[in-house]
Design a protein around this ligand. Sequence first.
Ligand code: 13P
Ligand code: SF4
Length: 350
Amino acid sequence: MNQYIDFNSTIYPFLSKPALLGKDEKNHYREKIKRLLKQQDAVMVAHYYTDPEIQALAEETGGCVADSLEMARFGNNHPASTLLVAGVRFMGETAKILNPEKRVLMPTLEAECSLDLGCPEKEFTKFCDDNPDRTVVVYANTSAAVKARADWVVTSSIAVELIDYLDSQRQKIIWAPDRHLGNYVRKQTGADILCWQGACIVHDEFKTQALMRMQGLHPDAAVLVHPESPQAVIDLADTVGSTSQLIKAAQSLPHQKLIVATDKGIFYKMQQACPGKQLFEAPTAGEGASCRSCAHCPWMAMNGLQTIVHGLERGGVQHEILVKEELREKALIPLNRMLDFATQLKWENK
Ligand code: 13P
Ligand code: SF4
């Protein structure tokens, strides 16, 4: 059986962070990015976990701030010839697989994801080959090579619905890489799921006991949890969902106080969605004391104004996403299945 890798202790200390910038420097880079986007016919596609200043700039310049499913959709539908993806590498790769004719740039190609890193192609292929009777469903947080081995790609916003559908077709499933999301989906659907044992280093840090203490202090608060969190944390949730689903829930729930168990980058858009409400970060192992467990993805944090300028100005091996055509064609099949399924769901729920 595959093993869970503890990235917290091995990788964290070696990650580079964007330079801290003063107010004037930030203004300088913001203006420069706006000029470069126009010059290069480029549009920004940013994830909710990037820094608020990046999210604000993406919105101001006609780009998008979204969850991983909507990021994939936006790039697909936008006419710009260059996509500047502010997020982590699998998001850039997904954009490239779906849009081979476009140039896809990133602030840094070193922005990884513990789920992607914890699911190497070779081991995963063997895992699938050892279980040939199972439909292979992989989370979007995987490499192009792992996607190419899959029957379906899925994101957290439609995971329960997709597995429910496959279960109704009596299909047995391999789920990879996130063990918590896999367990959550199994519990929701009752499907027969064999799960790869990966984890997100950010969500894995949320702690039940400390969360219960916080609920004791704020008994009138609702708890919002991303399903990459451990099951015991999910069990305390009022709402479980993808980043965009959590933002919608923050807006629609009657509660004035919300305890949020996901990357704190989401607070920027969540607070905009419900300006009068009080948002609290759910407690992690270090409860804010150490940057190893501060509810902020260290790879998302590698996206900065300066690195966006570098991406747009320099391109090349440090910034441009390239995917071999043969691999791209294979990975495109399960990705398109996901997009078609998501479109059908949206249509049915109207
Ligand atoms: P969403 O699909 O909910 O945006 O999640 C992506 C991610 O990386 C969560 O950690
Ligand atoms: Fe990956 Fe977790 Fe970072 Fe999301 S928050 S990109 S799942 S490491």
